[in-house]
Ligand binder design. Structure first.
Ligand SMILES: [Zn+2]
Length: 231
């Protein structure tokens, strides 16, 4: 009988080596990086290598409840406010400023699934990189057609043949949004597989890169069509 893979989220305590753990300046307890000491609740200066999940003190999961995340953000924001530490020790004052900035950065990134996926890629030592400008193969025909329509629309603005082109572009826009939604669903499925553990990280990384590249490409295309329709 094979062993049951441990979900990634349950391994997180083991993911940080001793050098990445911090010692509370107030009570001396050793703990994983986080905005407050789990033993005495004193504010802790977050080390540079703390990841955004640690900064927000949430489990290392890609499928996030964004409502809960927002609540957590507001709570931290309130508890870290520099006004609360004006008369306290210097470590606490500095930590409140530093942690507030880190919490803002972490929340802005993790609340959005695409930014979260891109950030996760960087945690795997990867990025979208230069290969990212390639047209996803199943989009090639549509892209060609769209570019033609946009070109025609620019030319037709001078005359009065623009109406049917606007209709076609509006329909194409709806199709792009549909594809974008389908890709966002694929992104969620990829997140769920990371969270479940057990799948090969290289495979999941390659899949994640493909989805994010297609989303980046679609995003640009959608903006182009919207701009074409506006002007
Ligand atoms: Zn402490």
């Amino acid at each position: 009988m094979g062993s049951i893979p441990t979900p990634a989220a349950e391994r997180e305590g083991a993911m940080w080596s001793a050098s990445e753990r911090i010692i509370c300046w107030q009570c001396g307890a050793e703990h994983a990086p986080g905005p407050f000491c789990p033993a005495c609740d004193a504010i802790q200066p977050l080390p540079d290598q703390a990841d955004y999940f640690q900064v927000l003190g949430v489990r290392r999961r890609l499928l996030l409840d964004t409502t809960a995340l927002q609540k957590r953000y507001y709570e931290l924001h309130r508890r870290l406010h520099p006004d609360l530490f004006q008369t306290g020790p210097q470590q606490a004052r500095q930590a409140s400023v530093r942690n507030t900035a880190a919490v803002n950065r972490a929340y802005r990134t993790l609340r959005d699934p695409i930014d979260r996926g891109l950030y996760w890629l960087t945690l795997q030592g990867e990025s979208l990189g230069a290969g990212n400008k390639q047209v996803p193969p199943d989009l090639a025909a549509l892209v060609f057609e769209l570019q033609e329509h946009l070109e025609e629309l620019r030319a037709a603005r001078q005359g009065n043949g623009a109406v049917h082109l606007v209709e076609e572009l509006t329909a194409a826009h709806a199709e792009l949004i549909e594809r974008q939604n389908a890709l966002l669903e694929q992104l969620e499925q990829n997140f769920a597989r990371w969270d479940a553990g057990g799948a090969a990280p290289e495979l999941l990384t390659r899949e994640l890169k493909g989805i994010l590249s297609a989303l980046a490409y679609l995003g640009t295309l959608i903006r182009d069509v919207e701009k074409g329709l506006e002007t």
